[in-house]
Write a protein that binds this ligand. Structure first.
Ligand code: SF4
Ligand code: SF4
Length: 154
């Protein structure tokens, strides 16, 4: 069975109820949540016209993952990275990775981003804090630029 997950963040605008019927046909379970015409009068349609996100193919082992952007948005950088300058090559992160996507080369760990699940187990295992979230770097940059009021997600 094929299974995938998509997360997206971006700007939306209200389209009104004109395409509501089309949306309900594609998601028939909504008829159970809003069974009557009267209950569906509360609904409207929003369209995300600019945004970015990630796609996870969960059927494969290891999983596949890719970022995307649309409407002129810039793709986000998520996940975890190894700071090669801090890594001492102890190898503790390798066996805890459920995706087997960490490899040691010349005594330095590196993460294969195309298979990383973003679980964070490696970060919690590293004894010298050589692994960090990519968003951590972005948060520092955003604070430096005084960009407040923006929600960040792992
Ligand atoms: S975040 Fe999880 S899946 Fe990704 S490299 Fe670390 S342990 Fe592996
Ligand atoms: S646990 Fe940390 S120090 Fe050890 S190999 Fe992995 S990244 Fe490097």
């Amino acid at each position: 069975m094929s299974s995938m997950a998509i997360s997206a963040r971006g700007k939306v605008r209200e389209e009104g109820p004109a395409r509501l019927g089309e949306l309900l046909e594609r998601n028939p379970y909504m008829y159970e949540i809003y069974p009557s015409e009267a209950s569906r009068e509360a609904l409207t349609v929003f369209k995300m016209h600019e945004g970015a996100g990630e796609w996870f193919g969960l059927s494969a082992k290891p999983i596949d993952r890719a970022s995307f952007a649309f409407g002129g948005a810039i793709s986000d950088s998520h996940g975890y990275v190894v700071d090669a300058a801090c890594c001492i090559g102890c190898g503790s992160c390798v066996p805890v990775c459920p995706q087997q996507c960490i490899a040691l080369t010349d005594g330095v760990a590196a993460i294969d981003q195309s298979h990383c699940l973003h679980c964070g187990r490696c970060l919690n295992t590293c004894p010298v804090e050589a692994i960090e979230r990519r968003w951590a770097r972005m948060e520092v940059w955003m604070k430096a630029c005084n960009l407040t009021g923006i929600s960040l997600q792992a």
